[in-house]
Each structure stands twice: as structure tokens, then as C-alpha cells.
Design a protein around this ligand. Structure first.
Ligand code: KG4
Ligand code: ZN
Length: 340
């Protein structure tokens, strides 16, 4: 893709500043300033603290991304930044920085939907993975800290959200349950690690909304885990942490896999893909792989570091829009409630 645009992608929707240089769908560099340490003291993301941390990180990180890629600002063809959904203060930092940079370099600006970014992550090519053979039609499961959606991608740019969570997002469920279990923040990776060696069938936590093919619900699971652990504690019979973590994880993973493959079956899609932080989960990746093989469906998952928030996915979605001949207007603003 020698004529492909060279794009600087900026992601600041939540608690990670992610900046990348992407050439077409080829990741030339991708750097991250994580705020996990700042927020773990509070057990979750504090919006005001997040926005300030983005202000500190964004300029040096953009410099680092260009140095890593071996490019000069004058080589960049377009600047892309997340415009929503996300935390308003955090989004403003990234989009304003992108606007000034695009304006001063005289290149197009693209405001990108964060969830569309996650959708494009499986298309990214890195040294370790070739995502270029990810082509629609496909069913994509997007699961992050703020969203859980099952999306039918008829073609790039043509998305239908078939199902979504009616309460908590999958990542939010991991985070809340981990906090209750004393595992800290962020909860997804903590439960993933704590489940090592545990028995996923040790405790049969409920799988909600069995009667709705694509929608998800996780708030009942939270109540059920809390009630179970309180009772177990009172009875002096708390199971090993690894068993609890593995069982909680299994309950979340099972419904994500089931609803995704319901959608693949009903749409006839022969490709299943995924994006969002929860797709970094090892058990979810294994079960998606097993099910895909059993159903004869191709599976396209980004590497774990491209599942969680990053600038490369934002640049990848921008590559598509730029190649369609569209970019944003200077009047573009952030949209914290943006929907795919
Ligand atoms: O996509 P993402 O990085 O940010 C948002 O857009 O929200 O997703 C973050 C979410 C968090 O809830 C985090 O706990 C979860 O993804 N997560 C995981 C894993 N790694 C991150 N959940 C389960 N297992 C993991 N290994
Ligand atoms: Zn995300």
C-alpha cells in the first residue's frame, strides 16, 4: 500500500493516552501512556484527573510515536483523533491537540468514533500479525469498559448493532466484580490472572437474557456473585479465589460467545471478529477460537495490545474514511454520547 496515507492517530477517550503512526493499516509505531497507577488509588477512573494526565502526556507521546516510526511531522498526511464516546474532558484534550496539529501542518483532520476504531483493530497489520484478510460481511463483538455490542458489519462503514448490554458493559462487570473481590483496578486483567489454575465450573453463576438472542446483561451476575460470596463467608466456606475468578470469568465469557455466534448463525456471516479491552481476555479468546473452529467460521482477533485502547485503531478507521474521500470540518466537536 505505497500510496496509502500516513496517519497520526490519537486516542484519549478514557484513561489511556494512545498515539500511533499508521501507514494504510500497517502499524509503524504505537505508544501508550497508561494512567492505571493514578486511578488505581481511587478504584476507578476520575474524569478530572484523567483529563489532566492527557494534557501532560499528549505532546511528548506524539513526538515519541513519530520518532519510533522514523517519520517527521511533515511526512504525515492526516491527523485523526477520537471524538466520542468517552469522557468529555479527556476527549477535548485529544481532539483539540489534533486540531492544532492538523491546522499547523495543513493536513486533513478526522474525528473518529471510538467504537468504530475498535471495529477496525482486527484489520491492523503488525509485525506479529496480518489482519489484512479481515473482510466483511462479519459479526464483530465489541466489549470494553463502557460498551458491549454485537455488530453486523455488512461492509466497511455499514454497521448494524444487533444487540447490546441492557445494563453494565462486560468490562464494567469485570471491574466491579474485581473490586468486590479485592483484586484492584482494572479488574479485567486482574480476574484473568486470578483465574489461573481455577475451575471455571466450580460455581454455576447465572447466564442472563437467554431468551434474547443478541442482547447482554451483567448486573444480575454482580448481585449473584456478591450474594454467593457473602453467604459463603458467613458459612465459613469460601472457595479458593482462583475458582471464584474462573467461574465469574466463565459466566461473562459464555454469554459473549453465545450471543456472538447467535448473530453469526442468523446473519450467515462466515467471519467473526472482536475488539475492545475485554477481547484481551485469554479465556474469551480461547473459547471464541474453539467455537469458530467448530462452526467453520474465520476468527479475526487483534493482538491483546490492540484490543485495549490505542491510537492505531483510530488511525485505521481514519484510513478508511480518508480513502472514501471524507474528513472532518474544523468546527467538529467532541461527542461524549456518540453511538455507532
Ligand atoms: O477498550 P478498553 O481498553 O477501554 C474502553 O474503551 O473502555 O476496555 C477497558 C476494559 C476494562 O473494563 C478492563 O477491565 C477490560 O477492558 N479488560 C479486560 C482484560 N483487559 C482489559 N477484561 C477481561 N480480561 C482482560 N484480560
Ligand atoms: Zn475502548
Amino acid at each position: 500500500m505505497s500510496d496509502a496515507p500516513l496517519i497520526l492517530g490519537i486516542e484519549t477517550s478514557c484513561d489511556e493516552t494512545g498515539i500511533a503512526v499508521v501507514h494504510g493499516f500497517d502499524v509503524r509505531s504505537s505508544v501508550l501512556a497508561s494512567q492505571t497507577d493514578v486511578h488505581s488509588r481511587f478504584g476507578g477512573v476520575v474524569p478530572e484527573v484523567a483529563a489532566r494526565a492527557h494534557v501532560e502526556a499528549v505532546r511528548p507521546l506524539a513526538h515519541e510515536a513519530m520518532m519510533d516510526a522514523g517519520v517527521h511531522p511533515s511526512d504525515i498526511d492526516a491527523i485523526a483523533a477520537t471524538r466520542g464516546p468517552g469522557l468529555v474532558g479527556s476527549l477535548v484534550v485529544g481532539l483539540s491537540f489534533a486540531k492544532s496539529l492538523a491546522w499547523s501542518l495543513g493536513v486533513p483532520l478526522l474525528g473518529i468514533d471510538h467504537m468504530e476504531g475498535h471495529l477496525f483493530a482486527p484489520r491492523l497489520e503488525t509485525a506479529s500479525q496480518n489482519g489484512s484478510d479481515f473482510t466483511p460481511p462479519a459479526v464483530v463483538v465489541l466489549a470494553s469498559g463502557g460498551h458491549s455490542q454485537i455488530v453486523h458489519v455488512a461492509d466497511w462503514g455499514r454497521y448494524e448493532v444487533l444487540g447490546e448490554t441492557i445494563d453494565d458493559a462486560a468490562g464494567e462487570a469485570f471491574d466491579k466484580l474485581a473490586r468486590f473481590m479485592g483484586l484492584g483496578y482494572p479488574g479485567g486483567p486482574a480476574i484473568d490472572r486470578a483465574s489461573d489454575g481455577g475451575d471455571p465450573a466450580a460455581i454455576d453463576f447465572p447466564r442472563a437474557l437467554r431468551d434474547r438472542p443478541y442482547d447482554l446483561s451483567f448486573s444480575g451476575l454482580k448481585t449473584s456473585v456478591v450474594t454467593y460470596l457473602r453467604k459463603a463467608k458467613a458459612a465459613g466456606a469460601v472457595p479458593p479465589l482462583a475458582d471464584v475468578a474462573a467461574s465469574v470469568q466463565e459466566a461473562i465469557v459464555d454469554v459473549l460467545v453465545e450471543k456472538t455466534f447467535n448473530a453469526a448463525r442468523d446473519t450467515g456471516a462466515k467471519t467473526v471478529a472482536g475488539g475492545g479491552g475485554v477481547l484481551a481476555n485469554r479465556r474469551l479468546r480461547t473459547k471464541l477460537a474453539e467455537r469458530s473452529e467448530a462452526e467453520g467460521v474465520a476468527l479475526r482477533l487483534p493482538s491483546p495490545d490492540l484490543c485495549t485502547d490505542n491510537g492505531a485503531m483510530i488511525a485505521a478507521a481514519a484510513t478508511f474514511h480518508l480513502q472514501q474521500g471524507t474528513h472532518s470540518d474544523w468546527t467538529i466537536d467532541v461527542d461524549p454520547g456518540l453511538r455507532l
